[in-house]
Design a protein around this ligand. Structure first.
Ligand SMILES: [Mg+2]
Length: 297
């Protein structure tokens, strides 16, 4: 990558600590200078992980900071949820794109109906294979299928059955998530493909990607991603930088907002901008996400 190469050279430095010591003031400053595309995963990245997946939401402060960041940089969300589901949760943030289903459900352009037909053809087979499996829920995401087993009495048993049923499907890629087995068409686009195509469409010279889970690794490894930031304990991750906890995403957003405003010569006004992005007192707090967002089936 071009002018953000120095970001890559910092890979591996100081894996713990504050945003500025992990990501580095210099990198933040370079991101601000290049007006890079900022792309984020949703669950575990912008929003804390919660037991009930229908209840996942950004904290009010994250929402305010993200709204401010999206006025200053092109911002996108790339989630494993369906596009409609995650779009409802980032409502009010002026994003350039929302990509669903781990990259498979594009943020713009024509949809690949063949992928949708393939995923639909798997449903009866999965329903038959998992009949009588208590606490297991099959979610039709159109571009893929998620088999959730958080409510199952025995997670190992439920996961075994879900993996067995999913592995029997023709043309499927099967992978685990948090209390979920994901099934996608083998030729579905990944989060890495999604970022590359977003950069091309937007003419963005570089991208920053922040994520916490397995499919985020595809984005971390993408040539289009100049600055990769993983959240949580580093397992076997390709991310160059790490934020130790999800709550630190606020510090990252704050640093990016501040750096961009400073470079515009409006440094002293950054706090005012973030304040303006917070809901009015008494307005009922952050916008509520309905329990089952539009488009969720
Ligand atoms: Mg995640």
């Amino acid at each position: 990558m071009t002018h953000l190469t120095s970001a890559r050279s910092m890979r591996g430095d100081d894996p713990m600590g504050s945003v500025l010591s992990t990501v580095g003031a210099e990198v933040i400053s370079e991101i601000a200078r290049s007006r890079a595309l900022l792309a984020f995963d949703f669950d575990g990245t912008l929003a804390p992980i919660v037991a009930d997946r229908h209840a996942a939401a950004m904290r009010g402060e994250t929402r305010a900071l993200f709204r401010a960041a999206a006025l200053l940089y092109p911002c996108a969300v790339i989630s494993g949820r369906t596009r409609a589901d995650v779009a409802a949760r980032v409502d009010g943030v002026p994003l350039v794109a929302v990509v669903g289903c781990h990259g498979a459900e594009p943020g713009f352009g024509p949809l690949d109906r063949a992928l949708v037909r393939r995923a639909a053809s798997w449903l009866p087979e999965l329903e038959a294979g998992l009949r009588g499996c208590e606490g297991v829920e099959i979610e039709d995401k159109r571009f893929g299928i998620a088999i959730h087993y958080r409510m199952a009495r025995s997670w190992p048993d439920a996961e075994r059955r879900a993996l067995a049923a999913a592995s029997a499907l023709a043309g499927a890629t099967v992978f685990r998530g948090r209390a979920v087995v994901n099934v996608l068409p083998q030729e579905a686009l990944t989060k890495g493909d999604a970022i590359a195509s977003l950069c091309e469409r937007l003419g963005a010279r570089a991208a920053v990607y922040v994520g916490d889970d397995r499919t985020d690794e595809d984005a971390f490894r993408s040539e289009a991603v100049a600055v990769s930031i993983g959240i949580g304990e580093a397992r076997d991750s390709a991310a160059a930088h790490r934020l130790p906890e999800q709550s630190h995403v606020d510090d990252l957003l704050r640093a990016l907002v501040r750096a961009r405003m400073e470079q515009d010569g409006r440094g002293t006004r950054w706090e005012g901008l973030v304040r303006a992005m917070r809901p009015f007192p008494g307005a009922g707090g952050s916008p509520l996400v309905s329990e089952r967002p539009a488009g969720h089936r």
